[in-house]
Structures are given as structure tokens and as C-alpha cells.
Design a protein around this ligand. Sequence first.
Ligand SMILES: [Zn+2]
Length: 359
Amino acid sequence: MNQPAAEEQIIFLQQIQRLFVEGEFVATYKFALLLSLAELAVEYGDDSGNGLPLSMLRVGEKFAELYWRQLAEYSAGLPDTTGGVLHQNHGAQAAVVRSLRTIYRATAGKLSLARLHNAWPSTVRAVASTIRTMPLRYLQVLGGKLEPFLYSYPCRPGFIDLNPGVAFNFRRYQGLIQHLARAGWVEHIRSNKQNAPMLGQVDDLESFMFGSARAALGDVARVLAPLQNHRCFYCQERIDQRAEVDHFVPWVRYPRDTAHNFVLAHRVCNNDKRDMLAGQRHLESWMSHLEKRGNEIGGQLLQLGFVTDPASSIHVARWAYEQGVDTGSIGWIARGHTEPLVSECLAVFRRPGGCLQPS
Ligand SMILES: [Zn+2]
């Protein structure tokens, strides 16, 4: 284990702070790059403390996903404001927005359709190329000096190599970094004079930019119902039309729609679970559910345009449960019943054959 010592973690956090205070942000790219790297560390990294290579295309796709909802016209709905697409740059509109706009229009703003569009790969390549020439170069410039504390720079072609310890820190301090980067991004948009005609005096920018971009889940419910034998994932009783699609790892812990994280549950079960992680027995049945049905779920939800990488969903779950155990979280069992999350529940992630192949 090469996990960074406590002092090294503090130095990392200090450098992250410096990045916000001393970094120069002409465009919102740096916030998006930081968020992308932090999320990919959760989805593909581990807590060994080792370095983590990330392909530029993977980073480009994550970047596109972050900007996607901000391509919609923002309207504050206030007197003296006009609707429009937010400016992500102090000069001309950001190149990433221009790259994404065509496919955004072609798919009526549906990311699930865009992923299946034949122009998606070239769009992601264009986004990756903007990342390479802009934020990748400037993200780590603090007080005018290059401080390569996240990744070595210049980068090897086609990759960003996170330094040893960085994925560990991103995973441990995910919530903090998400908050800092989102707040910085919102503030950047707000302080850009070109956005003034759209914003007015008060606004709900944060929820517009990052809020609840939950995918339309009706189609997901239709796919999952037969695969769960028309039974609630949690209580195993029959479900009716009022069943809801639940994020197994709650949305507040990790705000991303991935195919294998969806389960179908009674509305009452789902509401009672709220933002809690499910208890150990549910975690175990989720893992065996994925072993049995994972390929079918992935195949069908891919058609609906969802991200279908079971290994990444399991990775995120493992990260969330490890955090839950570390911080003494409560696991939800049934209506009105919870249990403390204990380290025994992590054993399920170490079981042989517990890992699925990416589809
Ligand atoms: Zn139920």
C-alpha cells in the first residue's frame, strides 16, 4: 500500500485550495477538468495510493457530460432578463460548447441519444483536443508557476497519468472537491458580464448547472420490471405501476446515472431509503443480481443510451460503502429499519467472480 500519509493528504488539500485562489480561470474548463479527474478516480481508481492512467477520450467523454446540461438555454424567469446559453468564457463562447452544440441540437438535448449518435466519437475527440490545448496545460499553474501535483506534465500522448496518491485523495475528499469546484464554476458564470442579461438579481444557477439531471426513468422501469420478476428489489413483494427506479448508490452520494446502479422498488420503500446506502443483505443481493442479470440490464439500457460499464458501477459502489464504513454511516434495511454499516459488508467486493466484464 502506498497510501499517502496524513501530512501528504493535507499538502494535497492545500494545493487544491491554492488552485482556486491562485489559479487563473479565463474559462470554466479548469473546474470541469478537476471534476472530471475527481469523478474518474472514483469510477476507475482504487485506494492503493498508486498512480492512475486515464485515457484522454475517457476524460473527454466525462467533460462533455459535465457541460451537456449547460447547453440548454438558461432562463431566470425574471423581469428584465432574457433567456440564452450561458457564456463559459470571458471572450468568445468556449470551444467545447461549440463542439457539443451541433450534436446537442441533433438529439434535442438528450445525452442518451447523443451517445449513440454517429457524430459522438468525433465530438468527444474534439472535446479531448480542447482539453489538451487548454485546461490540461493551465490547471496546475499556481501563482504563475507550474506545480504538477495532480499529473505529470507534459502528458504522454493520449493519456493523463494521475500521480501516486492523487486518486486516493480524490476518492477520500470527493465531496469537498465537488463542492469547491461547483461553487467556483457557478461563481465564474455569475461574474461573467456577458451572462448578466440572463441572470438578473437572483437565480437558481447551481441547480440549473448541476442540479437534478436525472434521466427520464420511465423506460428504465419497463426494462427492469421483468428482470426483477415484477418484484421490489428490497422487500421482494410484487410491484405495481407506482414502482420507482431507485439509485442503488444514492444520487446524493454520487450524482450519475449508470445502468447497473438502477433497481426497481416500491415508492414507499424508495422513499424510506431516501439518501441512505442499502444494508449488507441488499448489497449482497445487488451483487448477485448483477452476476445473473448484469449483461441483460447492460444490453437493454445501452439501447436507451445509458452508461453501461458494470465494473465501473461496482467500483463506485465499493467506494461508497468503504466511505460509509469509514464514516459510520447507517444502512437501510426495510421501512423503519436500519443497521450500522460495518466492514464485513465489504467482503462481497473481494469475492472471486464478483466482477463482471465491461459490456
Ligand atoms: Zn418494496
